[in-house]
Design a protein. Structure first.
Length: 516
């Protein structure tokens, strides 16, 4: 149990620390980042920090879900899983004997898929009375038996989780990866004396990946969707929201469709890898107890022989302006929920920082406008939040969405909550923000920004993301100055332009009606 005075004291201290931290920002963000670009186009960023004998790495590839196309939806996510499966030297007991079996598995699966399509057509032909239609069942049974035999043989060569075991034995922590819309990242931290190991293993992973256990992992990716989307009401609602808000741009796909993933093959995904996962599309940031010159020398020795690839076409699709409110309803066995999305800016738009301020004004803690109005004062909502989608820390490559989520408090309805939301957005567009409120928000953003750079991994991720997004990590340093220039007039102007009815998409989760 907390006493009221205690909470007030904690908040006061937190605000004081945020103000002090923000005031020190000019000194703290003077980062000594050393940059080196290899002959093959790979970018290396290094920050030397000698405080502890460890270093963090953050590897960013300029490819994500937005680079996929019909027939390849899910390739980036699946590749993220695959690059933990090993190489010609890691994850296998005998690669020379394994590789012909991998080829055989791919060939058998391709033939089986053709036979299954033919069998589907034959079933239709028989249903309309055609005679002498071939029966594919016997052929499919033989192929399935052959495939099972190859799968069992392949299982005998796999050394499961050898990457993780190798890194664990050498003191690694936080070994993981993530797939976004504009980028895919791999990160890990090590004791400083393991720098040679890191470069040896990661260069091997980049040059000689083997997509073993591909088809089993394909099922894992589909199972992730079942767990995280199909069984979650808010996720299903969100999928409908972005699929309705975007009608053209690849940001419209929240989670890859099972029908797409089910037909991804190892050869197709490997082609995707060769096209996009090239050194000239990669930024590697290393922060910690390292020597920059040694890092650059080891990077050249490990990666320079990997050839660059032609730059693939960018995503040319531009989302057309929305010209009318869109609404979608998702039925699910869950409590009512409301999501409202507005189209907004990309990372390089002058108003991007204004939206960051608006986000904090509306939903940053118990003193934020939406929380005070909907949760505390009117008591019509249990929770309310705002965020950007896709929502990269460095901003998104293309214009994205500003989203507001709210959970009504029974017996209040989503319509009541929606009406109250619009009242607060209208106030933002018509009434200037008080200077004290605006300064408090700016201090909080600046403080969070500084704190995000304190850990080795936090700094590595920031400089890599900004380098990948803007072509120069120093874009990171402009955040503070751009934030400081946001005025009450800017907030009113942007709110009036963005939060128009014709620019919004409204998604409502309604409890599924019981069957009569």
């Amino acid at each position: 149990m907390h006493r009221e005075g205690g909470i007030g004291t904690v908040v006061a201290i937190a605000l004081m620390m945020a103000t002090v931290t923000a005031a020190r920002a000019k000194d703290d963000v003077a980062l000594d980042v050393k940059k080196h670009v290899l002959a093959n186009g790979m970018t290396i960023l290094v920050v030397e920090r000698k405080a502890a004998p460890v270093f963090a790495t953050y590897m960013h590839y300029k490819v994500g879900s937005a680079n996929e196309w019909p027939g390849m939806i899910g390739a980036a996510h699946l590749l993220e899983h695959m690059l933990f499966k090993g190489t010609q030297a890691i994850g296998t007991k005998n690669y020379e004997r394994e590789v012909p079996l991998l080829v055989c598995e791919d060939s058998l699966r391709a033939v089986i898929e053709l036979e299954q399509r033919a069998d589907t057509m034959a079933y239709f032909q028989r249903s309309i009375g055609l005679k002498d239609v071939p029966d594919h069942h016997a052929r499919l049974a033989v192929l399935d038996t052959q495939l099972d035999s190859v799968k069992k043989a392949l299982d005998g060569f796999v050394v499961k989780s050898e990457y993780e075991q190798l890194y664990d034995r050498n003191g690694a922590t936080g070994f993981n990866a993530g797939t976004g819309y504009d980028g895919t990242t791999y990160y890990v931290s090590f004791p400083s004396n393991r720098l040679p190991l890191y470069f040896t293993v990661e260069a091997d992973r980049m040059a000689h990946p083997v997509l073993r256990e591909f088809y089993a992992e394909r099922e894992v990716v589909m199972e992730e969707r079942r767990l995280r989307v199909d069984n979650e009401g808010s996720a299903k609602l969100f999928e409908q929201l972005i699929g309705t808000a975007f009608i053209a741009h690849p940001y419209q796909i929240f989670w890859e469709w099972p029908s797409e993933v089910r037909h991804l093959t190892r050869p197709k995904v490997m082609d995707f890898y060769r096209k996009y996962y090239a050194p000239n599309r990669m930024v590697l940031a290393i922060v910690g107890d390292v020597d920059a010159n040694e890092v650059f020398q080891r990077a050249e020795a490990a990666f320079d022989a990997i050839p660059r690839q032609p730059d693939p076409d960018p995503v040319f699709t531009v989302e057309p302006p929305q010209e009318g409110e869109r609404r979608v309803i998702q039925e699910f066995d869950a409590e009512p929920y409301l999501s409202v999305a507005y189209h907004k800016t990309s990372f390089d738009d002058p108003d991007e920082m204004v939206f960051r301020v608006i986000h904090r004004l509306l939903s940053d803690g118990r003193t934020s406008r939406l929380y005070k109005s909907l949760v505390l004062d009117k008591q019509i909502a249990l929770s309310v939040s705002t965020y950007e989608y896709p929502g990269s820390d460095a901003g998104d490559l293309n214009p994205n969405l500003f989203v507001i989520d709210a959970e009504p408090k029974s017996p209040h309805t989503t319509l009541e909550v929606e009406t109250a939301l619009y009242e607060e957005l209208d106030r933002l567009a018509t009434t200037p923000v008080e200077p004290r409120e605006l300064e408090k928000i700016k201090n909080r953003i600046a403080a969070d920004f500084i704190w995000s750079l304190y850990s080795n991994l936090g700094l590595a991720s920031q400089v890599a993301e900004y380098e990948a997004r803007a072509g120069d990590w120093r874009y990171l340093l402009s955040v503070r100055d751009r934030l400081a220039k946001v005025t009450p007039a800017d907030i009113m102007r942007v709110a009036k332009t963005a939060f128009r009815p014709e620019n919004r998409t409204v998604a409502t989760l309604v409890p599924k009606k019981p069957e009569s």
